[in-house]
Design a protein around this ligand. Sequence first.
Ligand code: PLP
Length: 428
Amino acid sequence: MTSSESLFARAQELIPGGVNSPVRAFRSVGGAPVFMQSAQGAWLTDVDGNTYVDFINSWGPMILGHAFPPVQEALAQALPNSFSFGAPTRREVEMAELLIEMVPSLEKVRLVNSGTEATMSAIRVARGYTGRPKILKFEGCYHGHGDSFLIAAGSGALTLGAPDSPGVTQGVAQDTLTVPYNDLAAVRAAIDANPEQLAAIIIEPVVGNMGLVEPAHGFLAGLRALCTQHGIVLIFDEVMTGFRLAAGGAQERFGVTPDLTTLGKIIGGGLPVGAYGGRADIMNQVAPAGKVYQAGTLSGNPLATAAGLAQLRYLHEHPEVYQQLETTSTRLADGTRQIAKELGLNYTVNQVGSMFSLFFTSEPVTNLEDAKKADLPAFGRYFHAMLQRGIYLAPSQFEALFISTAITDELVEKYLTACRESLIEAHG
Ligand code: PLP
């Protein structure tokens, strides 16, 4: 038995499913998860000493690779000053200044501890601001595990085939409307059917949680226009795309400015941080400025803000990072597409910036229905074949890959060689 296997056996006795977040359990691809010991740059090392090139990067946060020296130094400097005060600190102000400078929609911002907290808080503020009860989300989008979002959700909820979680009451569920992604006519119909009822439309501007799906031309701008017309708060959930698809996120890349934005992952440099922010008149509803309550014992934690600030400053001061990520990711995505084609598979590869997905279907993937056409058993075989070759992918078809700056040309070649062999093995 390997150390990973024995740890997993122990974990299953102690932790539900043996993991602290569902998709880590490898349920959709079969087998047991690998337990990690350490990471450096592009490389992960597991508890048995095996090494892997990381194409998930903690599901997004490690955009500059693991143990990135400026982040490590910032943490080392912060450490002697203790770890939590429960009182305001200088770095929270510096963080707010930088966030507002980087992300177009932010006029005021509040720090929280996770993406889930950010999205839960954002819809509460939208409801408080508008005085309306309902929200609209898109099928296959994942906005964390808040009750209101576990309706036709993506990511782990989708992977496990249980999109509607027990424990979410009918009362909550009835206030969440869902329509297909990229379907503006369906959004219009939902608004018309619920006049003056919709507080917010929340969307992943580029979806990472049903695999990578990009917005159709004009879709985001169309949502913007509808929300303005009907007094609905438009929320871009940029937990994945923020600071990744551009320094200012998808809203910068696509030139559409939402009313509120939710952030997570990269913002913490690998430590737990989230944020929500946007128009000052809306954010001024948040306590203690306004009456919408939201709080957190560890919010703005000194270590988390040290790591987050160091990573964000680096991204802010090195715009060339985004060109590098784009070039590397395009080579990976184009190479994958080409290999699949040569093997007669014609699989769909969707890519936006440093996020991409290989879908095991030859049809275009523009929404959840399309994504579900993928050959999941073949994906499972491919995943394990890649893992055996030292390539660490997301253990689900319904996830994107997140590329870091630590992926060199040599590692691109390593990935493409493994990809070819693994696709053959998966279909052999
Ligand atoms: N929103 C999006 C778009 C996400 O991808 C995620 C997590 O993957 C979340 C929200 C929830 O963030 P967290 O897992 O930090 O709670």
